[in-house]
Write a protein that binds this ligand. Structure first.
Ligand code: COA
Length: 342
């Protein structure tokens, strides 16, 4: 069984699947660091404004010839090394991203080729900043149902490619990177206790990119109108993020009959320090319980919690047996939360 100490929400529904564990994690961020001081030269902003309003000090920016699939493949290789998994063991690759290398084929197919996982099926999931937990929940289904034994999930983004570097409202917030996890069933070991997901398409225009799809295909006019840049209503997004993350976290805890005080580490989507503080305050967490690395990476969307989980594990903040709560929010709107016994 996944855990004898905690309620298994799947058993509650008579679900007989086998447990799903995270065998290993890995991450990758590009070498290039862009500081707030550098942004001061691009737009009318200041280190003080960005730090006070967001908590972000710097972010990573991928090289011109470095794409989402390259970062995803790097993170995947690191997760494979950590779990001693070879490419031919991987049955399925799921990449969560809103910045695929191209509209099709999927970035997951490009990663499959780059890491040499010739046996693996591959597809992308698009749930914006919630993508990694969406991928986790989807991947889990294939493990618990015994369809596949080894699933590679990745959150990867090159947000620098869709950010308008002239728009101070958005360009200061985002960064590039990737995080990956290998899912397997490890009986009598740690595992994923629950994951829940939600969405509200009515609020899709709070955070979106209108150009490049079937509604507004790329044309000289669409480019001139800046339709291929990310657009956001910051204030409304902020309010919705706090509510959705709080509600999703509560639901995940309720399903496992856990109190927040039993959680060793809360790893929230790294969007804005004030969002994290507001969610943390409502949940009643202590400052020590919340993992924060947005000061160094900004918001890396689907990669955000995946990079944070890898850092929390590699720095020893999260140890085997600890309970971890992941909670995310993003465009869609989408949100999700998961409880893991690491
Ligand atoms: N530097 C300096 N000033 C800036 C600025 C920047 N980078 N960005 C915006 N401003 C200005 C605004 O133009 C506005 O000026 P005005 O009062 O003259 O109109 C002022 O700062 C206040 O803007 P406001 O939007 O009220 O700030 P805010 O406190 O809401 O913070 C965000 C803005 C974007 C940081 C905040 O709304 C936010 O984090 N929202 C959520 C974003 C997010 O996380 N998105 C991803 C979700 S997955």
């Amino acid at each position: 069984m996944t855990s004898k100490r905690f309620k298994n929400p799947r058993a509650e529904h008579g679900y007989q699947g086998r447990p799903c564990s995270i065998l290993s994690v890995g991450s990758y961020v590009p070498e290039r660091i862009m500081t707030n001081a550098e942004l001061e030269k691009l737009v009318d902003t200041s280190d003080d404004w960005i730090t006070t309003r967001t908590g972000i000090k710097e972010r990573r920016i991928a090289a011109d010839n470095e794409f989402t699939s390259d970062m995803a493949a790097m993170a995947a290789r690191r997760a494979m090394d950590a779990g001693k998994i070879t490419a031919d063991q991987i049955d399925l690759i799921i990449v969560a991203t809103i910045t695929p290398d191209m509209l099709f084929p999927s970035t997951a197919c490009l990663v499959q080729h780059k890491i040499g996982a010739r046996r693996a099926a591959a597809f992308d999931v698009e749930a914006a900043c919630s993508g990694f937990i969406y991928a986790l929940e989807i991947g889990q289904q294939f493990i618990t149902s015994r369809t596949y034994d080894t699933v590679l999930i990745i959150g990867a983004e090159k947000l620098s490619s869709i950010v308008d570097w002239k728009d101070r409202n958005t360009c200061v917030l985002f960064g590039d990177g990737a995080g990956a996890a290998i899912l397997q069933s490890l009986p009598n070991s740690h595992g994923l206790l629950t994951a829940c997901m939600g969405a509200d398409g009515e609020k899709s225009e709070l955070l979106y990119m209108p150009g490049g799809g079937s509604m507004c295909p790329a044309s000289a006019n669409s480019v001139a109108a800046g339709l291929h840049f990310l657009r956001m209503d910051g204030k409304e997004t902020f309010k919705n993020a706090v509510n959705a993350m709080y509600t999703a976290a509560l639901e995940a805890l309720r399903r496992c009959e856990l109190k927040i005080s039993q959680i060793k580490c809360v790893i929230p989507h790294q969007a804005n320090r004030r969002i994290l503080e507001a969610v943390g305050e409502r949940l009643g967490v202590t400052k020590d319980q919340v993992f924060v690395n947005l000061d160094r990476y900004g918001n890396t969307s689907a990669a955000s919690v995946a990079i944070a989980l890898d850092e929390a594990v590699s720095t020893g903040v999260v140890k085997r047996g600890d309970l971890v709560l992941l909670v995310v929010f993003g465009a869609g709107l989408t949100w999700a939360a998961a409880v893991i016994e690491w």
